[in-house]
Design a protein around this ligand. Structure first.
Ligand code: AMP
Ligand code: GLY
Length: 422
């Protein structure tokens, strides 16, 4: 088969790496890809948001199956556009991608189908939002409705912070907000493949969203992740499948917009049980890197079964080993990452046992050089029997990378490792 993967991050490198091992794959193309993906796929310089250009690429490359990595093309209807022209895709159509594209849509679905989540209000004017905030008090959470790459959420610990966040949000014309109850607990990411009707649990992971050690500083897309999340027990997984994932799958059918693709549930483990923080309609980045390292089965048949409505009785095999990913970012990230600096030592890092370096934001330079080309630049991953062992492998590889203008956190996995040591 000829495969096209859409995207250019560490997630897409991990997906291409896993898919390139499938005996079913004849040709693997990635648009636009990065310098690491170029080692396993042919790169096509096509913008994923240019729907007609992606369609033309499918025709030119005789593509049989398309795997869409990031949310932005899903939300604008890339899958609808390609499927209408006869190209099979993995991922939700535009209507179903609203689960990620609109927080208000997701919250209304939860309310209608009894899915546990934080109590909330939806607002399109600042005065009503302010009244709601004053009524409920802090802590309280203020969210912009649309896609905001992780920057649209303010967890306000004081009333003043909440009012400021709301005022800033409604300073934009046409703004929509969800304001919700603050939930206390530990966060877990859980992934399930869905084929419209059936759901297949994948695995759990935890990520570190803050830029600094000890989970401090501004929010990012994720500075590291590990899988499995031991705090997410089989009993909790069953509870989440029954109370959150399946009611969502069935609710989407009832709404006339069946969901196909990967459902990424951001969960808060509260004292009252697991509650949904948010849905994403694609793999997490960098969580995907750790999932792909633990997957034993061929990924491609599972993605095809999701598209074809064939996931019932489908089985995937996972390694018991843990995987951990340390993100190396360009200095200045998340505000203003510096681009174009040279990264060396990648071969030495890759030569470390039980490690792999996925590229997230790189591009090839002259004479085989690898240049930083984004905020999150590398996902340095290790595997091992425990999270602690996987962490040791990952940092051994990090220490081989020579990139003075890059940085990483030194404590990825700390919570899970503390738990292992108990
Ligand atoms: P979201 O994009 O909705 O997942 O929000 C980003 C982050 O904000 C989450 O990963 C949580 O750390 C935090 N957050 C969002 N909603 C809440 C909530 N209701 N209570 C506590 N923290 C929240
Ligand atoms: N790492 C979180 C995300 O992909 O949204």
């Amino acid at each position: 088969m000829n495969l096209l993967v859409i995207g250019s991050g560490g997630r897409e490198h991990a997906l291409c790496w896993a898919l390139s091992a499938s005996p079913l794959v004849n040709k693997l193309v990635c648009a636009p890809g990065n310098a690491g993906i170029a080692q396993v796929a042919k790169l096509a310089p096509v913008d994923p948001l240019d729907l007609d250009a992606v369609l033309q690429l499918c025709r030119d490359e005789h593509i049989d199956f398309v795997v869409v990595g990031p949310e932005a093309p899903l939300v604008i209807g890339l899958v609808d556009h390609l499927e209408a022209a006869g190209f099979a895709c993995f991922g939700p159509n535009k209507a179903a991608a609203q689960l990620e594209g609109s927080k208000g849509f997701m919250k209304d679905l939860c309310a209608k189908y009894g899915i546990p989540t934080a109590a909330y209000g939806r607002f399109s004017d600042g005065a009503a939002a302010e009244t709601f905030i004053r009524k409920h008090g802090a802590p309280i959470v203020v969210k912009a409705d649309g896609l905001a790459a992780g920057k649209g959420v303010v967890v306000a610990m004081t009333l003043e912070e909440a009012l400021d966040a709301s005022a800033a949000l409604f300073a934009e014309p046409g703004a929509q907000a969800v304001i919700e109850e603050f939930m206390d607990g530990e966060e877990v990411s859980f992934f399930a493949l869905v084929d419209g009707k059936h759901a297949l649990a994948l695995a759990s992971a935890q990520d570190h969203k803050r830029v600094g050690d000890g989970d401090t500083g501004p929010n990012t897309g994720g500075m590291g992740a590990y899988s499995p999340a031991k705090v997410f027990t089989p009993a909790l997984q069953q509870q989440v499948m029954e109370q959150i994932i399946m009611p969502t799958v069935n609710g989407m059918i009832a709404e006339g917009m069946p969901f196909k693709g990967v459902l990424f549930a951001g969960l808060m483990l509260t004292k009252d049980g697991p509650k949904l923080l948010e849905y994403n309609t694609r793999f997490g980045d960098p969580e995907c890197q750790t999932l792909m390292l633990r997957l034993k089965s061929d990924l491609l048949p599972a993605l095809m079964a999701s598209r074809d409505g064939m996931l019932k009785d489908f089985d995937l095999r996972w390694k018991d080993d843990a995987a951990l990913c340390v993100v190396m970012a360009a200095e200045g990230y998340p505000a203003e990452p510096r681009k174009g600096t040279a990264i060396e030592g990648l071969d030495a890092a890759a030569a470390e046992a039980d490690t792999i370096v996925f590229h997230a934001g790189t591009k090839p330079g002259a004479d085989g050089a690898i240049l930083a080309n984004g905020g999150r630049v590398l996902g340095v991953c290790g595997t091992g029997k425990t999270i602690a062992a996987a962490q040791a492998r990952a940092y051994a590889a990090v220490d081989k990378v020579r990139w003075p203008q890059g940085f990483c956190r030194r404590d990825i996995g700390w919570r899970a490792i503390a738990r292992e040591q108990k």
